[in-house]
Design a protein. Structure first.
Length: 479
């Protein structure tokens, strides 16, 4: 009888559970040790909850800006027949739905693992050398670790994720000073939410709570919001934020956050203060790698505590792999899942291609959304790659006009000469869906002519992608 490979996975998030599914399907004996709930933060406290909240916010934005389409909401004191408060948000109900959907998704994944024969242990796992995992079991779910079980393994995958970074002078209390994991316990809409941090998480929640009806102040330590995204896209988004009533404080670094009863005060390093009812701290993440026996087992960490991995998810120790946010490679659920799959394909001898970050699509779920893939404007401006670019505003798109969409654009990047599509940016409603044809073009090394000659629906916003490709036809030859 063929030898069965025993695999132990620490962490049940996307990196862990997707790896477990692949390994089980390839005939391995798989044990997952998970402390927080299968699905990890992506399902329970991050992606699923935040995007569920954002779905409600999108409806509010569409409603608030529907007047241009002839929709009448509220009398506004002008003799209309509809009440002024026709549309509002019950945050308690919203958050109840958020939590219910997250729990249901976790249960669905757990059930799938069970059907595939994966054993799940509830508890905290740690390495005891490179081929043994000790699980501190939590039979009653209170986190006390009542007993332990040792899992012998031929290979181990670390998929322990990350947690919100906490500043020493802005310690969350779970009531008024909050991390993004604690927002879903609110039962009333914040009167004035101060968001510290203008990266993806801060921008998404600032956008959502503005739409839900809160006064929002967004504090950015950089010159613009979303400093890691396409500069043109960030400019569009910041303009939209301000137009919708958000206060954006650029080049403003928060020093401390204090609470006095029902108010919070954010002290800026330049001496100014911002007073609100609640404060969301969105200042980055810390990898969950401490106390797991990693360094004792020889697993190398970088200076920030992230597990160092190569493009097939191997660590510095033979037989130990890592995936997801604990690696700091690119903190997206889709990347975590792919890292986990790649690790198992590599380990079990299946066909595998190393991780290629240039083909990864990412999205910022603000309103409008910002989706990107491949090479971008920064690469073009720095001269690090030889590309040509076309940018088309959505304001000229027929479907966008019909829907009352004024903000956003499509950018395409291609190689001069060959015309190969190497990147794109879409700023639009549902940009997360619109980026897919560009991602297919990048991954498949399609040319702008191949993209341009594909039929699009008229009218459609995706038509702007084909039009951008058509406009690139001559530029790729002219350089």
């Amino acid at each position: 009888m063929a030898r069965v490979t025993r695999i132990a996975i620490i962490g049940g998030g996307p990196g862990g559970y997707e790896a477990a599914l692949v390994a089980a399907q390839l005939g391995a004996e798989v044990t997952v040790v998970d402390s927080d709930g299968v699905g990890g933060s992506a399902v329970l406290t991050d992606c699923v909850p935040s995007k569920t909240l954002i779905a409600t916010a999108e409806v509010m934005t569409d409603t608030a800006e529907s007047g241009e389409l002839g929709v009448r909401l509220g009398s506004g004191g002008k003799g209309g027949s509809l009440p002024d408060d026709l549309v509002g948000v019950d945050l308690a109900r919203v958050n109840a739905r958020v939590k219910a959907l997250a729990t249901a998704q976790s249960q669905d994944i757990t059930a799938r693992l069970g059907r595939e024969g994966v054993r799940v242990l509830r508890g905290r796992g740690r390495l005891d050398g490179p081929s043994r995992v000790v699980a501190e079991l939590d039979g009653d779910g209170d986190g006390d670790g009542r007993s332990t079980e040792t899992v012998e393994a031929d290979a181990v995958l670390l998929a322990t994720g990350a947690h919100p970074r906490v500043l020493p002078d802005a310690v969350p209390d779970g009531e008024r000073i909050l991390t993004w994991e604690q927002l879903y316990d609110l039962d009333r809409l914040p009167e004035h939410l101060v968001v510290v941090g203008s990266g993806v998480t801060g921008a998404e929640f600032a956008s959502a709570y503005t739409a839900l009806g809160s006064q929002v102040t967004l504090i950015s330590s950089r010159d613009r919001v979303l400093p890691g995204e396409d500069a043109d896209a960030a400019t569009v988004l910041e303009d939209v934020f301000r137009r919708r009533g958000m206060t954006v404080l650029s080049a403003s670094r928060a020093g401390a956050v204090t609470r006095d009863g029902d108010t919070v005060t954010v002290a800026l390093e330049d001496g100014r203060t911002v007073v609100g009812s609640h404060c969301l701290m969105a200042v980055g993440s810390i990898p969950n790698t401490a106390g797991l026996g990693l360094e004792e087992a020889g697993v190398r960490l970088d200076k920030s505590g992230y597990v160092e991995v190569d493009r097939v998810s191997r660590t510095s120790v033979t037989g130990v792999y890592a995936a997801g946010d604990c690696t700091g490679v690119l903190m997206l659920a889709s990347v975590a899942a792919m890292q986990g799959r790649i690790a198992m394909w590599h380990l079990l001898g299946d066909a595998v291609a190393p991780l290629n970050l240039r083909s990864v699509s990412s999205n910022v779920f603000t309103d409008p959304e910002i989706a990107t893939v491949g090479w971008g404007q920064q690469d073009l401006d720095s001269g690090s790659t030889d590309t040509v670019m076309v940018k088309l505003p959505l304001a000229t798109n027929a479907r966008a006009k019909m829907q009352g969409v004024h903000d956003g654009f499509v950018k395409l990047f291609a190689r001069p000469g060959s015309g190969t599509v190497v990147g794109g940016v879409v700023v639009a409603p549902r940009a997360s869906e619109l980026i897919f044809p560009v991602a297919v073009a990048v991954e498949g090394r399609l040319t702008v002519d191949q993209l341009a000659q594909s039929f699009t629906i008229y009218p459609s916003i995706s038509g702007s992608i084909a039009e951008a490709a058509r406009q690139l036809h001559t530029r790729v030859w002219q350089g």
